[in-house]
Ligand binder design. Structure first.
Ligand code: 13P
Length: 252
C-alpha cells in the first residue's frame, strides 16, 4: 500500500504561485520519492490546471480537488462537477473536510452523497472525519467517527476498488492550531476507523488508506507516518511551502 502524502492548499495561491510551488516540490522530492509513496496536491479550483502542468510527467504526483457538487451538471451556481475535475486532470477529491462541515454547514448526508457520487463518476475520494474538542472531552470520539463514517459511506458500492477510497482522520481541534494529536490518540482513532472500514467492506477495508491530518509539520511527520494504520498525511499550513512539504513527503 503506497502512503498518500497530500497537500491541501485550501484558499491559498494564485495560479502562478501554485505552479511555482508545485514545480519546486517536484524538483525537491521527485527523484528521492520512495517507491511506496504518492504525493497529492490539492490546490484551489482556479489553480488546478496550472498545478497539473507542473506535476505532469511524474506519475506518482497526483492532482486533487477540494470539493464538488454531487450532480452531473445543471443550475448550481458556484459549484463544480466531478466531470469538470476529471477534465483538468484530477484523480482525487476531498469530501467532508471539517471546514466544509463546520464553516460552510455541510451535513453528514451531503457528505455521503458526495462520496458515493464522486466514486461513481470516476474520482478517488478522501472522506474526512474527525471530532471537535468538546466531543473529545465528552468521550464521544468513537460515536462521532462512527456516525460520520456510516453516513459518509452509506451509498458507496461495497465492491469499490479499495485504492480509490481513503479516509482522513482530522481531529478538528488539531487543524491549524499547532496542536497535533498525540501518538496514542492517533493510533486509537485510526484503529477504530480501520475496524469500521472492515465492518463495512470486509477484507477490502484493510487495503483502504487512512490518513492523519492536523498540524502535521516537518518535525513531527516521521513519527506520525510510522504509527499503526497511518497510511499517509493530509497537510494544510505546512504544505504551502515546497521546502516544508517536501520534508514531510520524504520524512522517514
Ligand atoms: P493544518 O495542517 O494546517 O493543521 O490543516 C490540516 C488540514 O485541514 C488538512 O486538510
Amino acid at each position: 500500500m503506497k502512503k498518500l502524502m497530500a497537500a491541501n492548499w485550501k484558499m491559498h495561491k494564485t495560479t502562478e504561485e501554485a505552479f511555482d510551488t508545485a514545480e519546486e516540490l517536484v524538483a525537491l522530492c521527485g527523484a528521492a520519492l520512495p517507491e511506496d509513496r504518492e504525493v497529492l496536491v490539492i490546490p484551489p479550483f482556479t489553480a488546478l490546471r496550472r498545478t497539473g502542468q507542473a506535476l505532469a510527467g511524474n506519475p506518482r504526483f497526483l492532482l486533487g480537488g477540494q470539493n464538488f457538487y454531487p450532480e452531473e451538471q445543471g443550475a448550481f451556481t458556484g459549484e463544480i462537477s466531478p466531470a469538470m475535475l476529471l477534465d483538468v486532470g484530477c484523480a482525487f477529491v476531498l469530501a467532508g473536510h471539517s471546514e466544509r462541515r463546520h464553516v460552510l454547514g455541510e451535513t453528514d448526508e451531503m457528505v455521503g452523497r458526495k462520496v458515493a457520487f464522486g466514486l461513481e463518476r470516476g474520482l478517488s475520494v478522501i472522506l474526512c472525519v474527525g471530532e471537535r474538542i468538546d466531543e473529545r472531552r465528552a468521550g464521544q470520539v468513537e460515536q462521532v467517527l462512527r456516525t460520520q463514517l456510516d453516513k459518509g459511506l452509506a451509498g458507496v458500492d461495497r465492491g469499490v476498488d479499495p485504492e480509490r477510497l481513503v479516509v482522513a482522520y482530522e481531529p478538528v481541534w488539531a487543524i491549524g492550531t499547532g496542536e497535533v494529536a498525540g501518538p496514542q490518540e492517533i493510533v486509537q482513532a485510526h484503529a477504530f476507523v480501520r475496524q469500521e472500514l472492515v465492518r463495512a467492506f470486509g477484507e477490502a477495508g484493510r487495503e483502504m488508506r487512512i490518513q492523519y491530518g492536523g498540524s502535521v509539520k516537518p518535525d513531527n511527520a516521521a513519527e506520525i507516518i510510522h504509527l499503526d494504520n497511518v497510511d499517509g498525511v493530509l497537510v494544510g499550513g505546512a504544505s504551502l511551502r515546497a521546502d516544508s512539504f517536501s520534508r514531510i513527503v520524504l520524512a522517514d
